[in-house]
Ligand binder design. Structure first.
Ligand SMILES: [Zn+2]
Ligand SMILES: [Zn+2]
Length: 248
């Protein structure tokens, strides 16, 4: 039997859908079906990442038969074991992320949950012991009011709430924005920015880091370095989208 509270939520949601039909969070057009969190037109513009991509860093290859290591990963190694992103960077996904980060509202999270369910990339990961959203510095957190990586983690992994930890990794340095910086500048900017707060809890564990965008990978690299230094057994990375170039 459905508990009364859940039944009530169901009835209220259905009534709200009739009064205010769900609108596409990007273009505000009404969506046709209640389970669709983006209109057909916006959905068709999304670029889901599928094979072929670099088996380590997840970089997308334009023309290749199968997954292999990219030039970067052959030359140097990342501190993380594997990185994957759900989407290639384009205006719809960038717009949804921008809205989440800067509108001060966490509406639109259902869309991210729904979109992550449409991708099969999540199956690429071993089950983690902990899911760690990339932390914000406390000053930026105070300014924004919430950490977008934390709310995304809660939305994408609703069944793993206990694994989501925001107390294991903190950001000590309030680094200036990374936008417009090169890969080397980003790495310099972030050096020693992240600190593992409870190394004994991290030791020997499988960690999944979650962030919104992978650009040069400098942020997740610094997080992974700190976690591996603390003894993490494995560190994987999941980002919503990937903003680097597509390689042939
Ligand atoms: Zn739309
Ligand atoms: Zn690679």
């Amino acid at each position: 039997m459905i508990p009364l509270k859940e039944k009530l939520v169901e009835v209220v949601t259905a009534s709200l859908d009739i009064l205010f039909p769900p609108a596409c969070p990007f273009c505000k057009k009404m969506t046709e079906t209640a389970d669709r969190f983006l209109c057909e037109e916006c959905f068709s513009q999304l670029k889901f990442i599928t094979t072929p991509y670099c088996s380590c860093c997840g970089r997308i290859f334009a023309a290749s038969e199968e997954n292999h290591l990219c030039g970067n990963c052959l030359k140097s190694s990342w501190a993380f074991d594997k990185a994957r992103s759900l989407f290639s960077y384009e205006k719809i996904i960038a717009g949804l992320i921008h809205k989440l980060k800067y509108s001060g509202k966490t509406t639109g999270l259902e869309t991210f949950r729904w979109l992550s369910e449409q991708s099969n990339l999540l199956q690429d990961f071993d089950a983690p012991d902990f899911i760690l959203p990339v932390p914000l510095h406390r000053k930026r957190l105070r300014h924004r009011g919430f950490n977008q990586a934390l709310v995304l983690a809660k939305s994408i992994f609703p069944g793993d709430r206990k694994k989501i930890r925001h107390d294991l990794l903190t950001r000590q340095a309030n680094t200036p924005t990374q936008t417009g910086l090169s890969g080397i500048e980003r790495r310099k900017n972030l050096k020693h920015a992240f600190v593992v707060e409870k190394p004994t809890e991290v030791k020997g564990r499988k960690i999944l880091i979650l962030d919104d965008v992978f650009t040069t990978g400098a942020t997740v690299q610094e997080c992974a370095k700190a976690l591996k230094f603390a003894g993490a057994n494995r560190v994987d990375v999941l980002t919503i989208c990937r903003a680097d170039k597509i390689f042939s």
